[in-house]
Design a protein around this ligand. Structure first.
Ligand SMILES: [Zn+2]
Length: 66
């Protein structure tokens, strides 16, 4: 399981992948209720909701920590 970098919730990576289609700019989800992901600085980040992904995209430097 992956962890949402914004709120700390666990995210099912398989479900997030299964409902995510790639676009030229990263990820575009078809069913955000199952989780979503975003490619950032060379790695995938998984989110439990679009709200969390939006927060991440607004301030990635705040959340993208190893
Ligand atoms: Zn979250």
């Amino acid at each position: 399981m992956a962890q949402c970098p914004v709120c700390g919730a666990t995210v099912d990576e398989a479900a997030a992948r299964a409902t995510t289609g790639l676009t030229a700019h990263g990820a575009s989800e078809t069913d955000p209720t199952k989780g979503t992901r975003q490619f950032h600085e060379g790695k995938w980040y998984y989110f439990d909701s679009l709200e969390c992904r939006s927060k991440f995209l607004a301030h990635p430097e705040t959340y993208a920590k190893d």
